[in-house]
Design a protein around this ligand. Structure first.
Ligand code: PHE
Length: 346
C-alpha cells in the first residue's frame, strides 16, 4: 500500500470511529483542514517538476475524493443512527389499550337516586310533577296551614329573595300546585258530582334552608308524595312507603316505624324511620322523612271538600337516601364536585 492509500485508509477509520457529528468534524479537520494531512502533502508538491506535479497532483486529488466520499458515508451513517435512536425513543405501542375509555362522564349520585325514585313510584302509578324553586309565601307556608308565627318562616331558616319571594324550604308546595291543576282539569266532572280520578303524584327536586354541616346543606333534595282520593287511608301510606323503601334499598330485611310527630299540613303526622336488619347499618333507626294525613285546611286549599276527599302526603330526603344506599357519610361530598368522588358512581 502506498502512502496515499494508507492515508485514505486511516481517514476512513477515524471517520468510522466518530460517535457524534462533532467527532466527525474534528476528524475531517485532521485530514482535509487547512493544516490537515492532505494539505501538507499538497504543499510538499512545490519542489516537484511539472511532470511530477501532474502525476502527484492527480494521485493526491483522487485520494482527496476518496477521503471526501468516506466522510460523506460516515455523515450519512451518523444521521441514520441518530434517526433510528429517535424513532426508538419515541416508539408508540399501538397495541396498548386507550386511555380515554372512561372519559364519558355520568350522572350525579343524587340524580341516580331521583331517577330510581321516579321509576319505582312510576311503577306504583304515581306521576311526576315539577315546580318552581323560587316560591311564594302562599304555596310554601300559608296554603300548607303554616301559621304566621311558625319558626320555619323566620329569616333564620328560610332564604328570602327580593320581592317577598323565597327559596322553597321543602317540596310540599307542590302538593298544592299539583292538586289545584288536577282539580281544575276535572272541574266539570266534580261540579256534576261525578268525582275525579285520584291524585297520585311525586314531586322530586331541590329545596333550600339556612343550614350547613356534615348532614345539612343549604341546598338539598326532597321528594314529595301525595295521594288524594275518596277512600285513601293512613294504612295506604304505610304500604306505599314501605314498598318503596324495600324496593329502593333492594332489601326485604328492612323495617319501618311511623313515629308520631307534628307538621302544620298533616294531621296526624309521623316521622318515617327505617331500620336495616342486616349489613353495616343494622339495628339503628334512621330518619328518612316526614308524612301524615293531609290536613282538612290543606285539602280545602287544593279546591276540594275535606268531607269527601282525604289522603296522605310524605316528604323524603333524597340526599339521605343516596348516602344510605352508597354508604357515604358526609353530605358535602355530593356538592364539592370532586371527580375522584363522583367517578365512583359511574
Ligand atoms: N315538608 C316536610 C319537611 O320538609 C315533610 C313532610 C312532607 C311532612 C309531607 C308531611 C307531609 O320536613
Amino acid at each position: 500500500m502506498n502512502e496515499l492509500d494508507t492515508l485514505v485508509e486511516s481517514a476512513r477509520q477515524s471517520f468510522a470511529q466518530a460517535l457524534t457529528p462533532a467527532d466527525l468534524e474534528n476528524a475531517k479537520a485532521l485530514f482535509l483542514g487547512k493544516s490537515g494531512r492532505l494539505t501538507e502533502l499538497m504543499k510538499g508538491m512545490a519542489a516537484l517538476s511539472v511532470e511530477g506535479k501532474k502525476t502527484r497532483g492527480a494521485a493526491i486529488n483522487s485520494a482527496k475524493q476518496a477521503i471526501e466520499a468516506a466522510l460523506n458515508e460516515s455523515r450519512q451513517a451518523l444521521a441514520d443512527a441518530e434517526l433510528q435512536a429517535q424513532l426508538k425513543a419515541e416508539a408508540l405501542d399501538v397495541t396498548l389499550p386507550g386511555r380515554s375509555a372512561n372519559a364519558g362522564g355520568g350522572l350525579h349520585p343524587v340524580s341516580l337516586t331521583l331517577e330510581r325514585v321516579e321509576q319505582i313510584f312510576g311503577s306504583m302509578g304515581f306521576e311526576v310533577a315539577q315546580g318552581p324553586e323560587i316560591e311564594t309565601d302562599w304555596f310554601n307556608f300559608t296554603a300548607l296551614n303554616t301559621p304566621e308565627d311558625h319558626p320555619a318562616r323566620s329569616m333564620h331558616d328560610t332564604f328570602y329573595v327580593e320581592g317577598g319571594h323565597l327559596l322553597r324550604t321543602h317540596t310540599s308546595p307542590m302538593q298544592i300546585r299539583h292538586a289545584v291543576q288536577h282539580v281544575k282539569r276535572y272541574k266539570n266532572q266534580l261540579d256534576a258530582g261525578q268525582g275525579m280520578p285520584e291524585i297520585r303524584v311525586i314531586a322530586p327536586g331541590r329545596t333550600y334552608r339556612v343550614d350547613s354541616d356534615a348532614t345539612h346543606s343549604p341546598m338539598f333534595h326532597q321528594c314529595e308524595g301525595l295521594w288524594i282520593g275518596e277512600n285513601v287511608s293512613f294504612k295506604d301510606l304505610k304500604v306505599v312507603v314501605t314498598d318503596f323503601c324495600r324496593t329502593f334499598f333492594e332489601s326485604d330485611d328492612l323495617i319501618l316505624r311511623f313515629r308520631p310527630s307534628f307538621f302544620p299540613f298533616t294531621e296526624p303526622s309521623a316521622e318515617i324511620d327505617i331500620q336495616f336488619q342486616s349489613g353495616p347499618l343494622a339495628g339503628r333507626w334512621l330518619e328518612v322523612g316526614g308524612s301524615g294525613q293531609v290536613h282538612p285546611s290543606v285539602v280545602r286549599n287544593m279546591g276540594l271538600d275535606p268531607e269527601h276527599f282525604i289522603g296522605f302526603a310524605f316528604g323524603m330526603g333524597m340526599d339521605r337516601f343516596t348516602m344510605l344506599r352508597y354508604g357515604v357519610n358526609d353530605l358535602r361530598l355530593f356538592f364539592d364536585g370532586d371527580v375522584r368522588f363522583l367517578s365512583q358512581f359511574q
